[in-house]
Design a protein around this ligand. Structure first.
Ligand code: SAM
Length: 217
């Protein structure tokens, strides 16, 4: 129990459940994880509002509903090995750590990776490995993954990430222009890397995915 428990439960009810997210494991994780610890102290009172917030370096912690929508689309049951591109504050990472077995997360900004690591350690999430680097290459040594989530906007789905997916694996990625994107869910169907099923989960606005297989800086 902490002083933000009520706003947190209200957030899940009014922003997430009410918009159609149903997976009970996702809802429970978001009712439990102290989102206010992943933002600066001065922003803690805004942590449960219906919008993204700045986390430094021109980056943001995503809107709670978008986090829930993307996580639900990953269809996690508890035994998965997952890859996240764009650790940011570490909030989405914590949710993945609750819902999957092993989490590998890549962040290009060392300062963000370090502060995310600190909060995740303080909450005893020891099933998370964080690496600083260009996540558009994926994490080949640890592949294949059951699910991949990209939490920054890409010009196209990096093929190299599809190659690192298991057959039947899910990849969630915002794809489009630099101002707005569509949230794409792709499910790998076979060994052939182009054999994928794609669904558009709706419009979104993310900061840029910057790297070799993303936007050039
Ligand atoms: N999921 C995060 C959270 O809960 O706080 C929000 C992520 S923020 C919207 C996007 C993050 O992606 C930023 O921290 C940014 O530095 C990172 N990023 C952008 N391009 C990247 C790349 N090629 N590899 C790894 N991280 C990248």
């Amino acid at each position: 129990m902490d002083r933000y428990q009520k706003p947190r439960l209200r957030m899940v009810d009014s922003q997430i459940r009410s918009r159609g997210v149903k997976d009970p494991r996702v809802l429970k994780a978001m009712e439990m994880i102290p989102r206010h610890l992943f933002v600066d102290n001065g922003l803690a009172d805004q942590a449960y509002n219906d919008n993204p917030l700045p986390i430094g370096g021109g980056q943001t912690i995503s809107q709670p509903y978008i986090v829930a929508l993307m996580t639900e689309a990953m269809e996690l049951k508890g035994r998965e090995k997952v890859l996240e591109i764009g650790t940011g504050s570490g909030y989405q990472t914590a949710i993945l750590a609750e819902l999957a077995d092993q989490v590998f997360s890549i962040e290009r900004m060392a300062t963000l990776a370090a502060s995310a690591r600190k909060v995740l350690d303080s909450l005893n999430y020891y099933n998370v490995a964080i690496r600083v680097g260009d996540g558009t290459y994926g994490w080949k040594e640890e592949s294949p993954f059951d699910a991949v989530i990209v939490t920054a906007g890409a010009p196209h789905v990096p093929k190299i990430l599809v190659e690192q997916l298991n057959i039947g694996g899910r990849l969630i990625c915002p794809v489009g222009g630099r101002i707005s994107q569509d949230l794409i869910k792709l499910v790998r169907q076979s060994e052939a890397v182009d054999d994928v099923k794609m669904t558009d989960l709706g419009g979104c606005r993310f900061v840029d995915l910057i790297g070799e297989h993303g936007w050039k800086n």
